[in-house]
Design a protein around this ligand. Structure first.
Ligand SMILES: NC(=O)C1=CN([C@@H]2O[C@H](COP(=O)(O)OP(=O)(O)OC[C@H]3O[C@@H](n4cnc5c(N)ncnc54)[C@H](O)[C@@H]3O)[C@@H](O)[C@H]2O)C=CC1
Ligand SMILES: CC(=O)C(=O)O
Ligand SMILES: [Mg+2]
Length: 370
């Protein structure tokens, strides 16, 4: 198969979808890999390293899309890329369709085959291609939160861990999945008082068991969240209903209950966000304020730590990408249920329920397209 790796063009997105090590594996399997010049630069991989591994370097994004049967990317295509996508072309990347109606319509119109990293699902319901980036973003959420809690950055001016004789900060984590667990571990490690809320009692039970003593678990409901926001200094949003729009757990009126300078990091922004007042921001302009509350809503947080993120992401994606290349998407998805769950929009049809519900579009059962 002919594989294309474009350079990411989202704001401050420094990851790349295939490393020189990945190129070597594709070549061993008799595929051809075209990489856009400087695609790996932000992650520390030069064109020379890709060429040494056997890739062909192309000077423009247009040439990469024009030649490739499968495009492997990190983030969703940006508007300027829409026209480059060919009918029937396989796109393997994060899409987060439920947070972008224009992207959904564009991919329907282009009749592309959109296989979304974030909905590839194992039989135990884990999300193998989201996990590594959720680990990164969960850990980063605490770093970013700590930074914006500093007074000159607009925050309340509290140190997460406090010092002798002074109380630490209160950190509220919404959703105790991968993002929530990593965030809680980091915040607890810095000495903060952490509370995790989740709707899954088995998950709360597990977290209660493994977390240090400065982490509490509380059932997620409006009553409890309304109470917890009053004392929180940092709130981290990491809830997920796979492939669907995130629920708004913090409504606008709750901001009035918070202390001025409270910081909210909405990691779930890529699925539309779990705070009513969230809107996606960029690494260039990461924050804004509503009613005295600092909002950080960057939709590609891991893009800022590309060394870690590119390696963590490609460790997970490469085996799936090889299956797609070796068998073609149809055979790979009909044989492998994990990959089949990644299909969201195929040849103009929406085949993922959460996406059809988010934008009120006709739904086709994925089994019907084979
Ligand atoms: N902004 C960014 O750069 C990044 C964003 N993400 C996003 O972070 C979000 C979380 O991802 P993961 O932690 O991997 O998901 P996950 O599936 O591991 O965890 C989600 C948790 O939310 C819980 N949940 C669902 N509804 C809830 C509710 N009403 N109240 C409380 N908890 C609820 C679930 O029980 C589950 O434990 C996703 O939207 C993901 O796409 C992930 C990586 C990077
Ligand atoms: C998952 C996601 O949105 C990211 O890694 O950017
Ligand atoms: Mg405890």
């Amino acid at each position: 198969m002919i594989i294309g790796v474009p350079k990411e063009i989202k704001n401050n997105e420094n990851r790349v979808a295939v490393t020189p090590a990945g190129v070597t594996e594709f070549l061993k399997n008799k595929h051809t890999v075209y990489v856009q010049t400087e695609a790996g630069k932000g992650s520390g991989f030069s064109d020379e390293e890709y060429m040494a591994a056997g890739a062909v370097i192309l000077p423009s994004i247009e040439q990469v899309y024009a030649i490739a049967e499968m495009i492997i990317k990190v983030k969703e295509p940006i508007e300027s890329e829409y026209a480059l996508i060919k009918e029937g072309q396989l796109l393997f990347t994060y899409f987060h369709f439920a947070s972008s109606e224009p992207l959904t319509h564009a991919m329907i119109e282009r009749k592309a085959v959109c296989l979304a990293y974030e909905t590839v699902e194992k039989t135990d319901r884990s999300l193998p291609l989201l996990v590594p980036m959720s680990e990164v973003a969960g850990r980063m959420a605490v770093q970013e939160g700590a930074k914006y809690l500093e007074k000159p950055m607009g925050g309340f001016g509290i140190l997460l861990g406090g010092v002798a004789g002074v109380k630490p900060a209160n950190v509220l984590v919404l959703g105790g999945g991968i993002v929530g667990t990593q965030a809680a571990k980091m915040a607890a490690g810095l000495g903060a008082n952490v509370t995790i809320v989740d709707i899954s009692l088995p998950r709360l039970r597990y977290l209660e068991d493994i977390m240090p003593a400065n982490v509490d678990t509380v059932m997620s409901n409006e009553y409890n969240i309304r109470d917890l926001v009053k004392s929180a200094n940092l709130i981290i949003g990491g809830v997920l209903i796979p492939g669907a729009k995130a629920p708004s757990l913090i409504t606008r009126d709750m901001l009035k209950l918070m202390k001025p300078g409270t910081v909210m990091v909405d990691v779930a922004i890529d699925q539309g966000g779990c705070f009513e007042t969230s809107k996606a921001t960029t690494h260039e302009h990461p924050i804004y304020e509503v009613d005295g509350v600092v909002h950080y809503c960057v939709a590609n947080m891991p893009g800022a730590v590309p060394y870690t993120s590119t390696l963590a992401l490609t460790n997970a994606t490469l085996p799936y990408a090889l299956q797609l290349a070796n068998l073609g998407w149809k055979a790979a998805c009909s044989r492998n249920e994990e990959l089949r769950k990644g299909l969201n929009v195929v040849n103009g049809q929406v085949v993922f329920k959460g996406v059809s519900e988010a934008w009120n579009l006709p739904y086709t059962e994925v089994e019907k397209i084979f």
